[in-house]
Design a protein. Structure first.
Length: 268
């Protein structure tokens, strides 16, 4: 009998040891799983923090480029308004010749400058970097992301209208040849050409040559129309840039520097 009880005790001890090992093994597994989950959570937190930092860098860069765009667009609108006024002035001299002599320098300079359109540079370096790297989703605001895509798509599509503008400018250039004297034409080649003064007598001779070129004056309405259309397009683009800057400032928690437009109509 004692031997039987001894064997039973030995078996129970062995079973208790196995249970202890099993509990230990399960505990080890649980610790490993918890450690992995914590590591994954920390890694996800680190990746999320890196994404937030990267998003902020992208937004800061986009804001800086949009503000440069805004400056360039505003300069273009101002320059094109000035050139439209020059074209209108030249057209008016057809019926009022005295205007050419009264504003001799402005008249001579207008013959050179009226037909050109200033096309602003729209910088898309940061947006293209974001797209090409596949990180557009880092911009968490869905509305802002869509607005950015629309803005840069529109800015890119503007190029399709350039051929119309370029065609008109080439026609103007051909029609304008021979109206300015060689000295006047050379002066216009310099950036300081618009500071050179011309006498009423010089303007009178240029006017006489202009009147012998009916094709020059006949293209003037096209020039004016082109300037109006181009300025309307740029005003639309300017409105979108202001709107985007305002949205980015909201995301960055910055004070507003530009008032967003309440209504923006696409002009073509």
């Amino acid at each position: 009998m004692p031997i039987i009880f001894k064997n039973i005790r030995r078996k129970l001890a062995a079973q208790n040891k196995a249970m202890a090992y099993l509990r230990y093994a399960i505990g080890e597994i649980l610790l490993v799983v918890i450690g992995i989950l914590i590591a994954l959570q920390v890694n996800n937190w680190n990746e999320g923090r890196k994404d937030l930092i990267q998003e902020r860098k992208f937004l800061n860069s986009l804001e800086a480029e949009l503000k440069t765009d805004l400056h360039n667009i505003s300069s273009a609108i101002s320059a094109n308004q000035s050139r439209k006024e020059r074209a209108e002035f030249l057209l008016k001299t057809k019926d009022h010749p005295q205007l050419a002599e009264d504003s001799s320098s402005y008249f001579v300079q207008s013959i050179e400058y009226a037909g050109y359109t200033y096309n602003p540079v729209i910088s898309n370096n940061t947006f293209e970097e974001i797209k090409s790297s596949g990180k557009l989703s880092l911009i968490r605001n869905d509305t802002l992301r869509a607005e950015l895509q629309q803005y840069y798509s529109w800015s890119s599509d503007r190029g399709q209208y350039n051929f119309i503008k370029q065609d008109i400018e080439l026609r103007y250039l051909h029609a304008q040849q021979g109206i300015l004297s060689p000295r006047q034409q050379i002066n216009m080649g310099s950036y300081s050409g618009d500071t050179v003064k011309y006498s009423p007598a010089e303007a009178e001779k240029a006017y006489e040559r202009m009147m012998k070129k009916p094709a020059f004056l006949s293209i003037m309405p096209n020039i004016i129309q082109s300037q109006i259309r181009f300025s309307e397009n740029e005003k639309y683009t300017k409105g979108r840039a202001i709107h985007l800057i305002s949205m980015i400032e909201d995301e960055l928690g910055e004070p507003k520097t530009y008032k967003t437009t309440s209504k923006m109509n696409k002009k073509q």
